[in-house]
Design a protein around this ligand. Structure first.
Ligand code: FES
Length: 265
C-alpha cells in the first residue's frame, strides 16, 4: 500500500495504480481527453497535469501516466499554475478544432472564450475535428490487435490515416476507433449491407441475418472474432436478437407463432 495526500486529503491505495485512477475513484475531478481505462496511458493531451511534491521539490506530471509507488507524496490538482497550463492547452485545441463541442465546453469551463490564436488551415474546406490524442490508433492496436491506422507526417501536418490513405487490409470494420474518439472525428455511415468509415476511406461488407434479413456485423471482423474467440461456425448466421430468440425457443421460452416469451421459474 502507498500513502499519499491529494488536495490535503490523506489516502491509502494499492501500489502501481495511476494518480488519475486514484483521483477518479475518490471523486476528485481532473480533466482528460486522451485517457481510456482499456488502454495504456499515452500522455498526449496533457490536460491531466497535477503538481506532485516530495519534501522541497515540486514537479508537474501527467496524472494518467504517473504510477503511485512511493509514500509521502503530496498532490495538488487545481493550483493557479495548473489552471494556466490547462487554459493554454485548451486555447490551442480550440484554435485547431473550433467546431468541436467537447473542446468548446472544456475551453469555456477554464475561461477561454475568445480565439487569440489563428485557426488551423484545413484543406477542401473540411473542418478539423481530430485532436491527435491517439486513442483510435491505440484501441486498434492494443484492444483489437490490428494496425489498420497510424500517425503519419510530422509537425502541423501530423494526422491519423490508413496506410497510403486507402483501405487497410488490417481493418476489420469494428469501429472501435470511432467509439473511443472523444471528439466525434471518425464518422461512420451505413447503408444496406455496406459500412463506410469515412476518414480511413474504408468500405466494409456487413453480414445479413438469415432469419430477419438485417445487416448486423462486419464480415471480416466476424471472421476475425470467430477465429480469435473460437466461436462456433454458425455464430455469424444470425443477428444477436434472432440468436437470443432461437436460444429462448430452444429452451422452451419463446414461441415464434405467438411471438410470446414464457419465463420459466
Ligand atoms: S489524459 Fe493524461 S495526458 Fe491526456
Amino acid at each position: 500500500m502507498v500513502s499519499i495526500t491529494i488536495n490535503g486529503r490523506e489516502l491509502k491505495t494499492e501500489k502501481d495504480i495511476t494518480l488519475l485512477q486514484l483521483a477518479k475513484s475518490e471523486g476528485i475531478g481532473i480533466p482528460t481527453l486522451c485517457s481510456h481505462k482499456a488502454l495504456i496511458p499515452y500522455g498526449a493531451c496533457r490536460l491531466c497535469v497535477v503538481e506532485v511534491s516530495k519534501g522541497q521539490k515540486t514537479k508537474i506530471v501527467n496524472s494518467c501516466a504517473y504510477p503511485l509507488r512511493e509514500d509521502g507524496i503530496s498532490v495538488q490538482t487545481n493550483t493557479p499554475r495548473l489552471k494556466k497550463i490547462r487554459k493554454n492547452i485548451l486555447e490551442f485545441l480550440l484554435a485547431r478544432c473550433p467546431e468541436v463541442e467537447i473542446i468548446k465546453k472544456m475551453a469555456g469551463a477554464v475561461g477561454v472564450k475568445e480565439k487569440r490564436l489563428p485557426k488551423k488551415k484545413v484543406s477542401n474546406g473540411q473542418k478539423e475535428e481530430c485532436i491527435l490524442c491517439g486513442l483510435c490508433v491505440r484501441v486498434c492496436n492494443e484492444v483489437i490487435g490490428k494496425e489498420a491506422i497510424s500517425f503519419v507526417h510530422r509537425g502541423a501536418d501530423r494526422e491519423v490515416a490508413a496506410p497510403f490513405y486507402s483501405q487497410s487490409k488490417d481493418c476489420v470494420g469494428c469501429t472501435a476507433c470511432a467509439f473511443v474518439c472523444p471528439t466525434g472525428a471518425i464518422k461512420v455511415k451505413e447503408s444496406g449491407n455496406k459500412r463506410n468509415i469515412i476518414p480511413w476511406n474504408t468500405e466494409i461488407t456487413l453480414v445479413t441475418c438469415e432469419m430477419c434479413g438485417i445487416s448486423f456485423a462486419p464480415e471480416n471482423s466476424g471472421e476475425y472474432l470467430k477465429t480469435k474467440l473460437n466461436l462456433p461456425a454458425e455464430w455469424l448466421k444470425l443477428c444477436p436478437q434472432c440468436r437470443r430468440k432461437v436460444a429462448a425457443e430452444t429452451m422452451g421460452k419463446y414461441d415464434f407463432a405467438s411471438r410470446k416469451v414464457f419465463l420459466k421459474r
